[in-house]
Design a protein around this ligand. Structure first.
Ligand code: ADP
Ligand code: ZN
Ligand code: ZN
Length: 738
């Protein structure tokens, strides 16, 4: 037996694998993740390394191969666990070990260890509140954010101020010079745990919340480690429940990972955790540099940080004694990786929790069908919160408007009469409206009115999207061109844009309500680093009457003054090629509805649709999750989609169509060789939704089976065959579990 070993546990060294012989007496004890001692280099100096694979095949001359000297005692480190996790991900999702290791290991990049600095106010809380008000009146947004936070807490970590609140030195320095705030380093503080804590009022949990916490804690203390699903409507106080449970786990001396999708990770959310746990909390996000991330992971490893909050990659925090993983908004698509290994955060969290003897809590107002099904089967413990936590906060009243009727009555505008009236009312009463489009950039293409040709990307199989400034952009490869004067196909000068993107809606809204102050948030307006937070906080501060946007606007923020949410065309997300589009539509609409009336003001939601009968829309309007769940499950069962059946996609891509064809034929043959064909359902091969991207053609074979393990075996078989195929260097094959 041989072991592949990496010496240095870092992203860059993963490609440098050394093979060693496993001596007889260590056979069976050297496993993936073991830390071992090996003679290294010409001097055979002993060095430590980690085993990343155990194999029977020697890749080098066995005569010259050295032997492992021994296993390092007590070597089950956070690193060995990460390597085992990578191994599991490789097996489970079909990637190379390198890809898996690169996913779980941080990029080692030392930054000069930054002192853990704090911004501390030297004025009173009341003065900070007044300063926030004044800054708001003067439109000093950054200052307003700062003082709002400081009104709640005596100090905030510098790192959070820069990363989440987007404050810069040019804002902070003058205030420090005037003695309004002080920038202090950690060394001043003796007791970091209590800093920043206490001033923010802790809520008293209601009965429902308290019952969840009590049940969870008693089972946790009894040593039961399990996965729980916390199904609680928007605003039911799930976050408060998490914090109470986290508190308990920290007291036992263990650490906690909190996963929150990046778009929901606003500084308000961060402040809540910080307000409760002070500097034990650290946040990671995708805007951080590799060095900053590495620094966070080091601090987690050393015990300086005990709670990490972040997107799915936060799962790979090397905590020494992980006790709990929380995955908020468990249903979010952002938890699935779209690059190899194409893992789902929910499953990786489950495996990691089992490996580290931690518990896992999944939370959602609209649980994924997968999670709810497991909860109903008793595989997950189910907790339910049906009511909003704040007194006087009620679920909004929802109205569905049939756009077909509007058209029949001669209303061709994007606003139904009912939505228009409701918006006018809000403008009069000084309340706010959110207009929501549940898909971005749809049908926003330019086509010829003479011959009907749409202008397409020359490299991809899609139409180019029209952007203002007379520009056409490919959303797949970034190809850009000016809008031509004449149709490239027939030369006709009559070419025009179609469809209604967010920009167009902004324009139409401006025309309909000329006095309204309008903000728009979509991919175009938020591509700048800090614009996302800027737009949301401008709206939260009441500096606009109407906010128009895609799904980005329905996450995270509390907008107490929003009393109307309009969904312009609820059907848009219903017709995508994904079998989960009904679920997605239901989730988006439910979440959009959850934005209205978060406070004392009553909320109203108007959903415009061409399909009022569709259960995704009807159930969202009725805020009926169970109803939706049962109808959607029937559909999944009839068509054999997850969670009623397991589904694996085998995706092949190649620059030559002929070679791709050869590959698809071979893949099909291998499937039928490996299995009794009747056992497994094969669909395709079909062209990918977008057949050509960047001049590469893509085809997909779908394989369905009730049993997951059989699909994994099949995947391994296909992978082995692929490695022997003559076309292996021309065709890329990837696996994706739905
Ligand atoms: P969720 O995470 O389920 O959307 P949150 O935890 O964000 O809900 O709570 C929604 C709002 O209700 C927050 O402003 C929160 O401070 C408040 N809240 C939560 N629990 C309570 C409680 N027991 N008493 C009073 N207010 C509460
Ligand atoms: Zn034409
Ligand atoms: Zn393109």
């Amino acid at each position: 037996m041989y072991a592949n070993i990496i010496i240095d546990i870092s992203h860059e060294k993963v490609d440098k694998v050394f093979q060693y012989r496993i001596p007889k007496e260590l056979e069976g004890r050297v496993v993936v993740g073991s830390q071992v001692e090996i003679p290294f280099g010409a001097s055979n100096r002993l060095r430590k390394g980690y085993v990343v694979a155990v194999t029977e095949t020697a890749e080098y001359d066995t005569g010259r191969m050295k032997e492992i000297a021994g296993i390092v005692a007590r070597s089950v480190t956070a690193e060995s666990r990460l390597i085992r996790l990578a191994w599991w991900m490789k097996e489970r999702y079909g990637s190379t070990m390198n890809q898996a290791l690169k996913t779980v290991l941080p990029v080692k990049q030392k930054i000069r260890p930054k002192e853990n600095r704090f911004i501390r106010r030297l004025i009173t809380a009341q003065e900070a509140r007044e300063a926030a008000k004044e800054a708001g009146e003067k439109h000093y947004q950054a200052r307003q954010r700062l003082f709002t936070a400081l009104a709640d807490m005596e100090e905030i970590p510098y790192q959070m101020a820069v990363n989440q609140m987007r404050l810069s030195a040019s804002t902070l320095k003058p205030l420090a010079e005037k003695g309004i705030i002080a920038l202090e380093s950690e060394t001043i503080f003796r007791n970091p745990q209590v800093r920043g804590q206490g001033e923010r009022q802790r809520v008293c949990l209601n009965q429902g919340q308290a019952a969840v916490v009590a049940d969870f804690v008693s089972r946790y203390d009894a040593g039961i480690r399990e996965t729980a699903l916390l199904y609680g409507v928007t605003g039911s106080g799930k976050t408060e429940v998490y914090m109470e449970i986290i508190d308990h786990v920290l007291r036992e001396g263990r650490q906690v990972i909190v996963l929150i999708p990046e778009i929901a990770l606003t500084y308000q959310t961060v402040l809540r955790f910080y307000g409760r746990f002070g500097s034990q909390v650290s946040i990671i996000n995708s805007r951080m540099s590799a060095g900053e991330r590495y620094d966070q992971f080091e601090r987690a490893k050393n015990g300086q940080v005990r709670i990490i909050i972040g997107p799915r990659s936060a799962l790979f925090t090397p905590f020494p004694d992980l006790g709990l993983i929380i995955m908020d908004e468990e249903h979010e698509t952002a938890y699935k990786s779209e690059i190899s290994p194409r893992y789902h955060g929910r499953e990786v969290a489950g495996y990691l929790a089992a490996m580290t003897k931690a518990s896992l809590i999944l939370g959602s107002a609209t649980p994924s069908l997968e999670a709810y099904t497991r909860a109903l089967k008793g595989e997950y413990r189910l907790y339910t919160l049906k009511e909003r936590a704040k007194k006087d906060s009620h679920m909004a009243a929802v109205r569905v408007v049939d756009l077909r009727e509007e058209l029949k009555d001669g209303n061709k505008s994007i606003f139904s009469r009912c939505l228009r009236e409701a918006m006018e009312q809000r403008l009069k009463s000084g309340e706010q409206t959110m207009l929501f489009m549940n898909r971005r950039g749809y049908a926003n293409f330019v086509s010829c009115r003479s011959c009907g040709e749409a202008i397409r990307c020359p490299h991809c199989d899609v139409t180019l999207t029209f952007h203002y400034g007379q520009k056409l952009v490919c959303h797949y490869c970034g190809h850009e061109r000016k809008v031509p004067d004449r149709c490239p196909a027939c030369g006709s000068p009559y070419i025009a844009g179609f469809g209604t993107g967010t920009q167009k809606i902004e324009e139409l809204t401006g025309k309909m309500f000329p006095k309204a102050r309008i903000l728009r948030m979509d991919m175009d307006t938020t591509s700048k680093k800090d614009s996302h937070e800027e737009i949301l906080s401008a709206f939260a501060q009441g500096r606009a009457d109407i906010l128009i946007g895609t799904q980005m606007i329905v996450k995270g923020h509390d907008f107490p003054n929003v009393t109307l949410v309009g969904v312009l065309a609820a059907d848009l997300s219903l017709y995508t090629s994904d079998f989960r589009c009904g679920e997605r539509t239901f989730q988006l609409l439910t979440q959009a509805a959850g934005r209205a009336g978060r406070d004392e003001l009553a909320g109203e939601v108007i959903i415009q649709t061409y399909n009022p009968e569709h259960y995704s829309i009807a159930c969202a309007a009725g805020q009926d999750y169970e109803g939706f769940y049962h109808k959607e499950m029937v559909y999944r069962q009839v068509l054999g989609y997850p969670p009623s059946c397991e589904l694996m996609a085998v995706m092949a891509s190649c620059g030559s169509e002929e070679e791709l064809e050869t590959a698809m034929k071979a893949l099909g043959k291998w499937v039928s060789e490996a299995l009794n064909v009747r056992e497994i359902q094969v669909i395709g091969p079909a062209q990918a939704t977008v057949y050509k991207v960047n001049d590469i053609y893509r085809k997909i074979l779908y394989l369905k089976h009730e049993n997951y393990d059989i699909l994994i075996k099949l995947k391994n078989h296909l992978d082995e065959q692929y490695r022997l195929a003559p076309w292996r260097n021309h065709v890329t094959v990837q696996f994706d579990f739905a």
